[in-house]
Design a protein around this ligand. Structure first.
Ligand code: NAD
Length: 513
């Protein structure tokens, strides 16, 4: 099989002889079990890292805590300059990192490049933001007093990330946390550890070139047990965790139990509403990319298509026709549209979902199945499937992280479609396809979508970094990336200064001595 430049990419990223998994910057160590990273693309072993033990974690934590004392005193624009240089390094290594993302996670090379571009974009955003960490000034009710708010960094920020965005989610968090004056400890998914090592190698070059201390960017590796070291640790004021709702419920409880802050980015169950006024061509593109892009392994993947009965057959046939053109295979080969699922467990979940929807009375529109034979040796390639279903089906309530699209029918007004769209436990991304202004505005109104993201004439997946990203309900309520998401990485302090010789009390309270 062609190598697609993987060997060269691994060498560019310094991944040829990796064994450790804990790092404080240029220093690497680890004494835990070996984690082997196999590619879902061809089933081959890419490399090995070592999990972090409790002692490794302590060493990382100690260095990070020390580094914070230095880092927080650097002016924010100077911290922005470091993030600018990081963005430049990412530009240099974009192809190599994009390839690694594609090979270790299984998304298409184009999507791998897109993920690195998101990292670059958030760096640019953070650089500008480093001069705009504004607080408000208020008018004091007391004469000769000045009152204002300022933002200070929190300390050590813990980042726990999912396999499906193995590099971008870290950058969303860390670029903002750094300019805010925090230092970070990152635990990437145990399914994509090499992406973590590659990112750490890139940032540590920048930190070294600027003579900055160890500990500003730290990496630990391992499964939930290492994640728990972070969530239980009172020295970590903020845990930003991205992953399943199951994980989020555990993390939320743990962090809240010690009154820490958590930023949760969890599962979605995203729908596109297709109204009688929808543009069919746009609908098909939005729905197909949303459902099969990243093999249905985006938190924002389209899982449900809620179609008006007057359009139902037309849309169903158009989407089913489009599925016939999908090419499934090696995601590094740019002729293919759909790559593999992350592992065989994910394949099992996909098969279970298809069995369940049929058992509940659903009708298969586009047949699924696991692919075998040449090019599919990893056993992780599946056919994107479509099934007609009821919104009340048990299986439709859950996020199956695979390319399974459910078709649902609505009749009457757009309100009925909105009720179906909102009628699940998750609240990440939603979309409406319509050229009818009233329907679009209704969807965006207070009676409309209950999701963190609501799009008009765009699918559910593919957010830009400029807006705050996240969702409601079981998606966790967190917001990261653009807009004012930076505030979560800082603590707010209200300052009142008296420049008189009197000490008047607020609310006019008299206290004469
Ligand atoms: P996962 O929940 O299995 O794991 C995510 C991370 O959490 C991993 O690093 C894992 O080691 C860690 N973890 C698991 N249990 C933990 C615990 N008890 N304590 C501390 N850490 C723990 O998720 P996954 O399979 O890697 O990713 C897929 C899920 O992530 C999907 O549900 C997807 O929707 C979600 N996701 C959400 C967003 C978003 O922004 N909302 C983005 C990407 C992925």
């Amino acid at each position: 099989m062609a190598d697609f430049g993987i060997k060269e990419a691994l060498s560019t990223l310094g991944l040829e002889d990796i064994n450790n998994g804990s790092s404080t910057g240029t220093k690497w160590f680890s004494n835990g079990d070996i984690i082997e990273s196999y590619s879902p693309v061809d089933g081959k072993l890419i490399g090995k890292v070592k999990a972090s033990t409790k002692d490794d974690y302590e060493a990382v934590m100690k260095t990070a805590t020390e580094a914070f004392k230095t880092w927080r005193t650097k002016p924010a624009p100077l911290r922005g300059e470091i993030v600018r240089q990081f963005g430049e390094k990412l530009r240099e290594k974009k192809e190599a990192l994009g390839k690694l993302v594609s090979y270790e996670m299984g998304k298409s090379y184009q999507e791998g490049l897109g993920e690195v571009q998101e990292m670059i974009d958030i760096c640019d955003f953070a650089v500008g933001l480093s001069r705009q960490l504004h607080g408000l000034t208020m008018h004091s009710e007391r004469p000769g007093h000045r009152m204002y708010e300022q933002y200070h960094p929190l300390g050590v920020v813990g980042i726990i990330s999912a396999f499906n965005f193995p590099v971008a989610v870290w950058a969303w968090n860390t670029a903002l946390a750094w300019i805010c004056g925090d230092v970070c400890i990152w635990k990437p998914s145990e399914k994509t550890p090499l992406c973590g090592v590659a990112c750490q190698n890139i940032i540590s070059e920048v930190l070294k070139e600027n003579n900055l201390p160890e500990g500003i960017s730290c990496l630990v590796n391992g499964d939930y047990k290492v994640g728990e070291m972070m969530t239980k640790d009172t020295r970590v004021p903020l845990i930003s965790a991205t992953g399943s709702t199951r994980m989020g419920k555990i993390v939320a409880k743990e962090v809240a139990g010690r009154l820490g802050k958590s930023l949760l980015e969890l599962g979605g169950n995203n729908a596109i509403i297709v109204t009688p006024d929808a543009d069919i061509k746009m609908t098909v593109i939005g729905a197909v990319f949303g459902a099969v892009g990243t093999a249905g392994q985006r938190c924002t993947s389209t899982r449900r298509l809620i179609i008006h009965e007057s359009m139902y057959d037309k849309v169903k046939n158009a989407v089913a026709d489009a599925y016939k053109q999908l090419r499934i295979g090696n995601p590094l080969d740019e002729n293919n549209h759909v790559g593999p699922l992350i592992d065989k467990d994910a394949v099992k979940n996909y098969e279970n979902a298809l069995e369940k929807v049929v058992a509940e009375g659903g009708k298969i529109v586009v047949e699924g199945g696991v692919l075998s034979g040449e090019g599919y040796e990893s056993g992780c390639y599946v056919k994107p499937a479509i099934a007609e279903a009821g919104n009340y089906y048990e299986i439709v309530q859950h996020e199956t992280f695979a390319p399974v699209l459910y078709l649902l029918k609505y009749s009457g007004d757009v309100e009925n479609a909105i009720a179906l769209q909102n009628g699940v436990a998750q609240g990440l991304s939603s979309a409406i396809m319509t050229n009818n202004l009233r329907e679009a505005e209704r969807f965006l109104s207070v009676q409309g979508s209950d999701c963190g993201i609501a799009n008009v004439n765009i699918g559910t997946s593919g957010a830009e970094i400029g807006g705050a990203f996240g969702g409601e309900k079981e998606t966790g309520g967190g917001r990261e990336s653009g807009s004012d998401a930076w505030k979560v990485y800082m603590r707010r302090q209200t300052n009142t200064i008296n420049y008189t010789t009197d000490l008047p009390l607020a609310q006019g309270i008299k206290f004469d001595l």
